[in-house]
Design a protein around this ligand. Structure first.
Ligand code: 5RP
Length: 219
């Protein structure tokens, strides 16, 4: 099986985690796209969705799945999304697709977070995948200098603007031994909207697509 087959495998498995008659939080990326496509088959069983990006909202609407504004919703039963890296504590790096801020908001507002990923995303220590940081445009250079002080090598994702009108710095060269501590520290830099570490609110369940089938890892 190739990587995309493994993504499809976990996306299909995640359908089991959909809670009937509730609102479902929807992630962003190619694995989340597969999940959206499977969700279309059972769309009559849910009350609607909250999307973590304009791209996912468009795909959901394309399938005739209702997309609600988070402000209209009291509770999201489960958030289903991919990741760029996952460690054994289910701390994640996300934001490869640039949707990290809305992903973090929807994850925070959800009772349960089910992460879906192919086996290549599992690491012992986060940091090999460059850590995305969403930044208010006027603060880009200042934030980059602060990130260098923390030992990172920030690279501006030139030409990319987030759904929130901001820019992304991808931070290379970090070995993230304490993800919750770094997540909080980065979010304290003036001008940072948020960063792609999901450690203060990690995944609750990781469904992993492997050659041997889907593995379920819980915290
Ligand atoms: C987007 C994300 C994605 O979940 C992450 O990049 C994984 O993407 P894919 O499922 O395409 O491998 O965080 O902002």
């Amino acid at each position: 099986m190739n990587q995309d087959d493994l993504k499809k495998l976990v996306a299909k498995a995640a359908i089991e985690y959909v809670v009937p008659d509730t609102i479902i939080g929807i992630g962003t990326g190619s694995t989340a796209n597969h999940f959206i496509d499977f969700l279309a088959d059972i769309k009559g069983r849910i009350n609607g969705t909250v999307a973590s990006s304009e791209a996912s909202a468009e795909r959901l609407r394309g399938h005739g799945i209702p997309v609600l504004d988070l402000n209209q919703v009291d509770e999201i039963s489960v958030y289903i999304d991919g990741a760029d890296e996952a460690d054994p504590h289910l701390h994640l790096t996300k934001g490869g697709g640039g949707a990290l801020t809305r992903e973090k908001i929807v994850a925070a507002a959800s009772k349960r977070f089910v992460c879906i990923a192919d086996q290549s995303k599992v690491v012992d220590v986060l940091g090999n995948f460059p850590l995305p940081v969403e930044v208010i445009p006027m603060a880009r250079s200042y934030v980059a200098r602060e990130l260098v002080k923390l030992g990172g090598n920030p690279v501006w994702r030139e030409g990319f603007v987030t759904d929130n009108g901001n820019v992304i710095l991808d931070v290379h060269g970090l070995t993230i031994v304490n993800p919750p501590e770094l997540e909080a520290r980065l979010n304290n830099i003036a001008g940072v909207v948020t960063n792609g570490l999901f450690a203060l609110r990690p995944a609750d369940v990781l469904l992993l697509g492997t050659e041997e089938g889907v593995k379920t890892i819980t915290r």
